[in-house]
Write a protein that binds this ligand. Structure first.
Ligand code: NCD
Ligand code: ZN
Length: 345
């Protein structure tokens, strides 16, 4: 029998959306409760493209979190015309931890994203020299490519050539959803890693249509078929340091989800660790959760491991239908673990 208590080095979330204003105030506490640090996505409107905007956003996050125990790590949103000097200065000043590449129009608030990799070659060169990570939303946007194939086609048409041109660039393929991505990242050099969300470990595309359309399970990259989910579970629980935690928690107001054209994004921050722990337990891999959640990410980014610990208890944990105005991932279900908090031991 596995132990009823799990004590882990405090995890970090290597991919999250904290939004701004009222939504920021509503959601940031959920991330700050479980995670010591979080890579904060820059897809606001307007996007975070300057050092000044990132500093101001970081301050708003810290004020909304109301604790110095939570460190937001800021990212720059790459556009076709972003200046390499601004990126390099932001990294050297400790404002930008990484850059985010959204192919233009791939997902929520990505319309200012990059239209062709050639446009950002100078930026990528500088990032490679600096050792600054590039975080990639890995989907092509061509309307004639089936939406379920967009990640695999991106790997072939965009990521492989990009890594040939910049073989030493640190790359995180974000929120991977396919066995193709697992295979690619596993075979790549040590400077290429991937994050995996709770939802892509827990559900396949069938869940999107179970008994009717389920807008709260719609996200991008969209859920894939079962064999991909099983491959992601093997990767996450394998102990391979190329795969680490990134929730992609992406809250949207309920009416924006429950709509004739619903937004992509799953709000999973409130139960993130419980969700991951449940998966690792199902895979008989609880001893490997700490590496995935708390060690591989900081090592890849070249950051210190967190000094503090958190405690989870194995006990049925019902997830509410609503958290404030938002519908969380696992709403109405019961998870196997309860997050009890940060401990000093
Ligand atoms: C994200 C959002 O809402 O900002 N949505 C999502 O489905 N994951 C954007 C993104 O990460 O693709
Ligand atoms: Zn995201």
């Amino acid at each position: 029998m596995p132990p009823d208590t799990l004590i882990l080095r405090q995890p970090d979330d290597w991919h999250t959306h904290l939004r701004d204003d009222d939504m920021l105030r509503a959601v940031v506490g959920h991330s700050a409760r479980q995670f010591a640090r979080a890579i904060v996505m820059p897809n606001l409107r307007p996007p975070i493209t300057t050092i000044a905007a990132a500093q101001a956003y970081r301050q708003r996050i810290q004020a909304a979190a109301g604790t110095t125990a939570f460190t937001p790590l800021m990212t720059a949103y790459l556009t076709d015309d972003i200046a390499a000097d601004e990126i390099a200065r932001g990294f050297e000043q400790g404002v930008f931890t990484a850059c985010k590449l959204y192919p233009a129009n791939a997902t929520t608030h990505s319309e200012r994203g990059v239209t062709a990799i050639a446009k950002i070659h100078r930026v990528l060169e500088r990032m490679q020299t600096l050792g600054m990570p590039l975080l990639i939303h890995g989907e092509v946007t061509d309307a004639d490519i089936d939406i379920f194939d967009r990640e695999a086609v991106f790997i072939e048409r965009v990521l492989s050539p990009l890594l040939s041109d910049f073989p030493a660039l640190k790359v995180v393929l974000e929120h991977i959803t396919t066995d193709d991505a697992v295979q690619f990242v596993s075979a790549a050099a040590a400077n290429v890693a991937a994050t995996i969300t709770p939802h892509h470990l827990v559900i396949s595309r069938n869940a999107l249509f179970a008994g009717g359309i389920r807008p709260h399970l719609y996200c991008l990259p969209v859920l894939k078929r079962e064999r991909h989910r099983l491959s992601l579970r093997r990767a996450a629980t394998s102990g391979n340091p190329k795969f680490f935690l990134g929730t992609d928690s992406a809250p949207h107001a309920r009416d924006a989800k429950e709509s004739a054209c619903g937004c992509a994004g799953i709000f999973n921050a409130p139960m993130a660790l419980e969700s991951y722990a449940t998966v690792f337990e199902q895979e008989s891999a609880l001893p490997r959760l700490e590496g995935f959640a708390s060690e591989f990410g900081p090592r890849f980014y070249g950051l210190q491991l967190n000094p503090r610990k958190v405690r989870l208890r194995r006990t049925p944990q019902p997830v509410p239908e609503r958290i404030g105005e938002l519908v969380p991932f696992h709403a109405g279900q019961t998870l196997g673990w309860l997050f009890e908090g940060v401990i000093d031991a």
